[in-house]
Ligand binder design. Structure first.
Ligand code: AMP
Ligand code: MG
Length: 518
């Protein structure tokens, strides 16, 4: 396995001079060198051939012992120096101080086909940032991250990627329900990949410590390597940088809203500076369309990170980033203007996104109203988001609308009269509105089916894969992995995955709600 290694990140950014792997506050450094922990008896249970080829790793190499040793942290690739990053964050709206890569260890930087990638292990042992935890990850949360990040990539949502999923052979103690009943679970490691794992929190920590020298070094580095069309490290350059980050963050969140993804923990330490979906924890997929839903039980009280609030939280997080960048700019107005523009752009882009889900590709003054009514209707009864929007492209007349609704509504017997009336009204408005479009039904269907996925990683699907994997059957991981590579295609043999959540999964832990335990 010959990789084209680069060491730009570790050579250009300040390292923690202390190389002792002990828990501490790390100042004036972007990262600390640390070696992954050796594992008992590791085994790679799945790899992404697509991701491997992006790194210049062949399918044959993936099955080698050497690959296994690298992606489980048992061997360090020659001429590389693994490290953990130092960052802070606002968690659930409160400043949390230093956090850092508590269980992520960056292995190396690879350049292939003119792309630069960082490869990182999640769950490979303690780092100086592990605080009071063990630096490890369990199989269930690793399967969830592995499957979902690749699924998001294939959905066209900006995201970090996954290269491999391995068992460590070690046991890890976790209290899944946080109810004082800890138990041993299988330890696992996901190797994940991104052009950068830098987060808002990486910038916040220097600003909070008034370390402007290193703040500037980090921002200059980020601009140079990740935003090369920004001119210089001038005040204008920094404003521009913030503008780009704001745009990318909004773009990512609009995609989440389009596919019904709820991140669950949008703390500023989980916000990528590149606008990538990062840190798949207690995330979830909307089954019934519900702006108020969050999968995260830790957030049950306030539901800060609920589906309908994600765009607002993106803005709140950008506000924290603006505060962190302020010392380099020393003028609030341009930053405020960008934050205000986010609100304006959100309205425009969110409307466009919803129009495209409905197959509307021209503008009409009443579209906002049509969408508002649709969203109200979707909240009347439990209505499956994925099924509703996917089948909407089959709408032609009243009978077809009834078919769509009966497929998408959870309790299809005992539907109140009022419900039928409201949907009847809506479909009649929609039908009139479609007449204003120039595409034929066939063309419209083709376009809509490329926007409204047929297959997403429903919460219960991941849970089924986890349960089989716990019994050492990894076939469902592969089945779902393959399924989710083509989320917009009709896959007749996989029709069973285009179905409402089964009743048994309604309130089951892991299927409907999740804690942060991972
Ligand atoms: P999260 O909300 O999962 O993104 O994690 C918040 C912070 O807790 C990050 O700094 C993580 O690195 C850290 N963390 C979470 N789980 C562990 C663990 N098992 N060991 C060490 N650090 C952890
Ligand atoms: Mg995190």
């Amino acid at each position: 396995m010959k990789l084209n290694i680069k060491n730009i990140f570790i050579n250009e950014l300040p390292a923690d001079p202390d190389t002792e792997n002990s828990i501490r506050q790390v100042e004036k450094a972007v990262f600390s060198f640390v070696t992954p922990k050796k594992t008992a008896k590791s085994k790679v249970i799945h790899s992404s051939i697509e991701m491997a080829s992006e790194l210049g790793i062949s399918t044959k190499e993936i099955s080698s012992n050497y690959f296994k040793n690298i992606v489980t942290g048992n061997q360090v690739y020659p001429e590389t120096k693994p490290y953990a990053m130092c960052y802070a964050g606002h968690q659930f709206g409160n400043w949390a101080g230093q956090l850092g890569d508590g269980r992520a260890i960056n292995l190396f930087e690879v350049e292939h086909n003119s792309k630069n990638w960082k490869v990182q292990l999640k769950g490979a042992g303690e780092t100086p940032y592990s605080r009071n935890a063990d630096g490890l990850a369990v199989l269930r949360s690793s399967i969830r991250e592995y499957l979902c990040s690749e699924a998001m990539f294939h959905l066209g949502v900006p995201t970090t990627r996954a290269l491999s999923l391995s068992l460590t052979g070690d046991q890890v103690m976790r209290d899944v329900l946080y109810d004082g009943n800890p138990a041993l679970e299988k330890g696992a490691i996901v190797s994940r990949v991104a052009p950068s794992f830098l987060r808002f929190g990486n910038y916040e920590i220097f600003a909070a410590r008034n370390d402007l020298k290193n703040l500037k070094i980090l921002v200059d580095y980020t601009i140079k390597y990740h935003f090369p069309n920004i001119d210089s490290s001038s005040k204008e350059g920094y404003i521009n940088f913030f503008k780009y980050v704001s745009n990318r963050t909004l773009e990512m969140i609009i995609h989440w809203q389009r596919v019904g993804f709820v991140h669950g923990v949008m703390n500023t330490d989980n916000m990528s500076i590149l606008g990538l979906t990062i840190d798949y924890g207690p995330y979830g997929w909307l089954e019934d369309f519900n702006f108020g839903w969050t999968p995260n039980t830790t957030d049950n009280q306030n539901k800060r990170y609920r589906y309908g609030n994600q765009p607002n939280i993106g803005l709140w997080n950008l506000h924290q980033l603006a505060n962190a960048l302020y010392p380099l700019i020393e003028e609030a107005k341009p930053l405020e203007d960008i934050l205000n523009q986010y609100k304006v752009d959100f309205k425009i882009k969110s409307l466009q996104m919803m129009q495209s889900k409905l197959g509307l590709f021209t503008n009409d003054d009443d579209d906002l109203n049509l969408i508002q009514q649709l969203e109200d209707n979707l909240h009347l009864e439990e209505t499956d988001m994925t099924i509703f929007f996917r089948l909407l492209s089959d709408f032609t007349d009243l009978p077809s609308s009834l078919e769509i609704m009966s497929a998408a509504v959870y309790k299809s017997n005992n539907i109140p009269k009022d419900f039928k009336k409201k949907w009847g009204n809506w479909f009649s408005l929609y039908s009139k509105r479609l007449l204003k479009e120039s595409f034929s039904h066939r063309q419209r269907k083709q376009k809509m089916d490329a926007i409204n996925p047929k297959y997403v990683l429903r919460n219960y699907m991941a849970q089924l894969a986890i349960e089989s994997a716990n019994e050492e059957d990894y076939s469902l991981i592969d089945e779902l992995f393959q399924l989710l590579k083509n989320p917009y295609s009709e896959q007749p043999k996989n029709q069973k995955w285009f179905a409402k959540r089964p009743e048994w999964a309604r309130d089951k832990v892991g299927c409907s709600t999740l804690s942060c335990s991972s």
